[in-house]
Every structure is written in structure tokens, then in C-alpha cells.
Ligand binder design. Sequence first.
Ligand code: NAP
Length: 333
Amino acid sequence: MINPVYSPASDRYENGIRYRRCGRSGVLLPEIALGLWHNFGDVNPLANSFRMAHYAFDHGIVHFDLANNYGPSYGSAEETFGQIMRKSFAPFRDELFISSKAGYDMWPGPYGEWGSRKYLMASLDQSLKRMNLEYVDLFYSHRYDPSTPLEETMQALVDIVRMGKALYVGISNYPAEAAAFAYQYLKNRDVPCLLYQGRYNILNREPEHQGILDQAQENGVGFIAFSPLAQGLLTNRYLNGVPADSRMAQEKFLKSSALTPEMHAALLKLNDLAARRGQSLAQMALAWCLKDQKVCSVIIGASRVEQIADNLKAIENTAFSPEELDAITACVL
Ligand SMILES: NC(=O)c1ccc[n+]([C@@H]2O[C@H](COP(=O)([O-])OP(=O)(O)OC[C@H]3O[C@@H](n4cnc5c(N)ncnc54)[C@H](OP(=O)(O)O)[C@@H]3O)[C@@H](O)[C@H]2O)c1
């Protein structure tokens, strides 16, 4: 049977999604974005990748987050997204906000990682080809490179915008001092930094403690949280062991050593708190990030449509009482 042509849900902007302004910019982003780090590679069933992308867009998730080396294999998540663009999303390009990044290892030799102009320019060209795009909405320097002058990395971002290959630029995983320099450098060249992308969740509050959230706000830069579910720890996935089809079972990016007896006990307590709020643990974890207006959006990962559906309901209640916040903090001390 031939797959029917994709036609998005006509109520995709009215069925619950909400948008937040990204720093001091004209861009609104959905409170929940979909990341393609896992489950969109060439090792994953293509039909499932299509299903998840369709479901997301059908529910107003217009922001898809990629990077050059997402897969596995490296580049294959962008290739999968390129197929989704070609077969499904092409007529809706102007409704989409697509990001990619370069910074981590991508190809061998001295020009395949970090922050040189040589690497960033070549990598973005490759990403555009893989994704069947003329431009990305946002291009990130994926990590701070202590060996390359930051002026070189930032000027590459400026020139990428001037060349029309990205509409906006951002930084990810930068220490506060380097972020301060980046914000100033980009602002001085009229290419303001749109987003800081950092890991932020109930188990990892570094962006709060290191002043990254406040610094972004002061500079008119949006903050977008990645791994808001701590790669799945902050869900019902590991409450009763390690399922064979889970990320932890792969023992790669999320190791079973993270599930100590103390962590397991904390997750059970958090799950109880979530139930008292009428939420799943995943919903409470996302709501916890979104309670703060300094967080513009959370980028979730998913291995199936049902997880996206569960996560979208987080938006229904993002308010916490001081007692609830204290109880959550007490669980993870
Ligand atoms: N800038 C960076 O350096 C950086 C680093 C990491 C991630 N990111 C971005 O952030 C995105 C998200 O990262 P992440 O995948 O680590 O995010 P995450 O949302 O913390 O974890 C996603 C995983 O949690 C599980 N899950 C999700 N919803 C669930 C639900 N409702 N119930 C049960 N389990 C659920 C799934 O695990 P299973 O697969 O086991 O089902 C899913 O793969 C990435 O795709 C990428 O775009 C950026």
C-alpha cells in the first residue's frame, strides 16, 4: 500500500500547545520542542520517526532540534529529517523552526570538531544537504572551544547569518564567562544571540546555580532546556527496573550506574508528588522546568508517539506551590 500524503491536523495551533517569546526577539517557540538526538538515526525504524514528527507537528510542536552528529550513525538523524521534509513537511517549511549545531566530533582529522570557522562552515553546509533545507532557522555553536579564539567562532556565526544559511544563532554548553563574551560580540555585530541551550532538569540545576539563566535573561537571550527528563530518569521508565527497550539498557549515554538505590528512592518519591498533582512524573518534570518564565522551552526526546502525548499534557499545569517546590528539592538532596 502506498503511504497517503501527509496532511497536518487543521487544529494544530488550537489543541493545547502554547508559545513563549524567546528572549528579546520576534521568535515564539512552543513550550515543548522535539529533539532528534535519539530514535531518529538509521538504526531506528523510519516509520516510527515519521510518526513522531507528524504527531509533534499535528500538536503545534513546530520546533525540531538537531545536530550534525545525531544518529547513530552520525548525520543520520538529519538525513531522516531530510526525508521527513521532502515527503511531509516541505509545504509547511515556513511554519517550522529547525535548529542544528556543530561542535562535537563529526568527521576525522583536525577540522571535524570544536569551534574553528573551517569546521562550522563545512558542517552547516553538510547539514543543509542532509536535511534538504536551504537554511536553518537557528545554528548553534554546540560547545565552547577553549583552544580557538572565541572571536573566530562567533565571527563564523555572524557570517553564517549574513550568508543566509541561518536566520539566528545560538550557543550551547558554554561556561558563563564565554557566554558573556559571545553575547556581547554577537550584539555588537547586530546578530544577537537568540538562544542558550543547556541541560536543565530537577536533577541538574546547574544553569540556575551558575547564573546561566539570569545571564541569558539580562542579555535578552532565551534559555532552552535540553534533557528535561534527565534522559528518561524523570519518567516512569525506571521505577520498576530497566526495560529492555529503554535508553538505559543501551548503556551508552544513560548508564545503569545512574540508577543507584538513592536515585531510585528519589524517583519513587518524586513520582508520588507528581501523582498528588494529578501528573505523571514526566509531566511534573517538564512543568517544573516551565514554571520559570526564564525558560523559553524544553526540548524533549521520545522513542514513541505515546511519550510525546504524555509530555504535551505537562503544559496544562505548570504552577507549583512553594511547599511543592520544597518537597521536590528535598527529594533530590
Ligand atoms: N545541546 C546539547 O549538548 C544537547 C545534549 C543532549 C540533548 N540535546 C537536545 O535535547 C533533546 C532531548 O534530549 P533527551 O532525549 O536527553 O531528553 P529527555 O526528554 O530528557 O529524555 C528523553 C527520553 O526519555 C524517555 N521519555 C520521554 N518521554 C517519556 C514519557 N512520557 N514517559 C516515559 N519515558 C519518556 C524516552 O526514553 P526511551 O528512549 O528509553 O523510551 C526518551 O528517549 C535531544 O534530542 C537534543 O535535541 C542537546
